[in-house]
Design a protein around this ligand. Structure first.
Ligand code: UDP
Length: 484
């Protein structure tokens, strides 16, 4: 008997580590669990050593193909050096459309399905041109998706800036969203990135379905609202597939001998890991307070230390992994800090093997910027968090983690609004590592760790959701064929 033909999926990732990681992991699951052939097209951030390293790691063993599109020529579109992150991402993706079309045409075989990430929704139309099903992969959580899907309505109904409101925003099925928690592109409605964001919010439901990087038990209520026609269902006609947590697998070898030996020597759950994602930076003043807070807490720590910024909190988002970011970074620490914390602290300049650190049994807390990949990596390893949101959708994530999911504590005032002082940091660290509240957080995050493991295992909800997407996809392919 002839073997059934494999479905060929094409995935398109926008630039940035935080975007690339979940796309690659989705690709891996499509291949390993669902028998797809997968090609991922990426727009790399030039000279990003970190990205190159991630790509290298997924190529062995080689489950999927990764194709780099040529860097778009942005000189003609007048993108200023101060353009906001979402504007830059949107324009880069838009200007790559022709290159993407040509790359698809050059493929040996016609793809059967197209999956684009959040910033690639303008490419959904290429799926129409090819006559294949197309999906949007929103590699974050259901609160974010609810806000996004409701944004075109908010844009029509709300006057003035969202952040100037005294009343919270009502998003169907979602807890009220505090004005200060809105995502970065909603902070200034006159900025180009706001218009880009409203546009892509309108495009998301135009595909044949939306994939989300969560699992059913994590956000059951919001997911129900997203699927309820009376609530958000009116705007989101496409099915929502929960396929997470899709996170990078642990590769113990990348820890390195020195760090592994240090970690092995520490007691279980005793180390606080401090890191702000691929692009997060602190001001010089905040960095000093954080150093003092860690020292005063007398808890062990590993700190991915990055040069402070004077400009923006997403300071190195487009420079991540470029050499030199960490040069001289120790000079920004309080005098004598490294000597005094020699026995309890480990500093990693600019970049560290995060998944591997979080999975080590000695790590018992994560002071994190709450990027969604970092959040999932923390939950999947049963590590409670201090939520320290900086940019993008991180303020929303921090509220979700502290007020709904119950796996984090956070500073009283947003770190993007006010310097968090050393005493408050000391208290937060001690709360997670030694206080009773920390035990409660740890118990809750361990429950979620186990529910996450079940969700992605064979027979679990996320495993089933991806298989369902495959079946729906096959049905659509049959329907498209019959219609021609
Ligand atoms: N990451 C890492 N080492 C670092 C900083 C980040 O391995 O020093 C990885 C992290 O494990 C995660 C990704 O980069 O997979 C960051 O994604 P996230 O969504 O948390 O934040 P973003 O970088 O998009 O703000």
């Amino acid at each position: 008997m002839e073997k059934p033909k494999k479905l060929r999926a094409v995935l398109l990732s926008s630039p940035g580590m935080g975007h690339l990681v979940p796309v690659i992991e989705l690709g891996n699951r499509l291949v390993a669990d669902n028998g797809f052939e997968v090609t991922i097209f990426i727009l790399p951030l030039q000279a990003s050593l970190a990205e190159a390293e991630i790509i290298e790691s997924v190529m062995t063993p080689k489950l999927l193909d990764i194709v780099e599109l040529p860097p778009p020529d942005l000189s003609a579109v007048g993108l200023g050096p101060d353009a906001a992150v979402v504007t830059r991402l949107a324009v880069m993706m838009r200007e790559s459309r022709q290159a993407f079309r040509s790359a698809l045409a050059a493929m040996e075989a016609w793809p059967d399905v197209l999956i684009v990430d959040l910033f690639g929704t303008e490419h959904l139309c290429i799926g129409d041109e090819l006559g294949i099903p197309r999906y949007a992969y929103v590699a974050t959580n259901a609160w974010f998706l609810a806000l996004l899907l409701h944004l075109p309505t908010l844009d029509k109904e709300v006057k003035g800036e969202y952040v100037d409101r005294t009343e919270p925003l009502e998003i169907p099925g979602c807890k009220l969203v505090r004005p200060e928690d809105v995502v970065d592109p909603m902070l200034d409605r006159s900025d180009q990135q706001y218009r880009e964001f409203v546009r892509l919010a309108g495009e998301i439901p135009m595909g044949d379905g939306i994939l989300l990087n969560v699992w059913e038990d994590l956000q059951a209520e919001t997911l129900a609202a997203l699927r309820n026609e009376e609530l958000l269902g009116r705007v989101a006609n496409s099915p929502v597939y929960t396929v997470g947590p899709l996170i990078r697998p642990v590769r113990p070898a990348v820890l390195g001998k020195e760090l592994l030996e240090w970690l092995d020597k520490q007691p279980s759950d005793s180390v606080m890991f401090v890191s702000f994602g691929s692009g997060g930076t602190l001001s010089a003043e905040q960095l000093v307070e954080l150093a003092w807070g860690l020292e005063l807490s007398q808890q062990r720590f590993i700190w991915v230390l990055r040069q402070p910024t004077v400009k923006s909190l997403d300071g190195s988002y487009f420079d991540v992994g470029k050499g030199g970011v960490g040069d001289g970074v120790l000079s920004f620490l309080p005098s004598g800090f490294t000597a005094r914390t020699r026995d309890i602290g480990f500093i990693l300049p600019s970049w560290g093997p995060q998944v591997e650190i979080l999975s080590h049994p000695s790590v018992g807390g994560f002071l994190s910027h709450c990027g969604w990949n970092s959040t999932l990596e923390s939950i999947a390893n049963g590590v409670p968090m201090i939520a320290w949101p900086l940019y993008a959708e991180q303020r929303l994530n921090a509220t979700l983690l502290t007020e709904e999911i119950g796996v984090a504590v956070r500073p009283k005032v947003l770190p993007s609004k006010k310097i968090v002082g050393r005493e408050e940091i000391e208290k937060l660290v001690r709360t997670v590592m030694v206080e009773k509240e920390g035990h409660t957080l740890r118990a809750r995050v361990r429950e979620l760790k186990s529910s996450a493991q079940k969700a992605v295992a064979e027979g679990g909800s996320s495993y089933g959701s991806l298989s369902k997407m495959k079946e729906d996809c096959k049905m659509m392919i049959r329907q498209i064929k019959q219609a021609h």
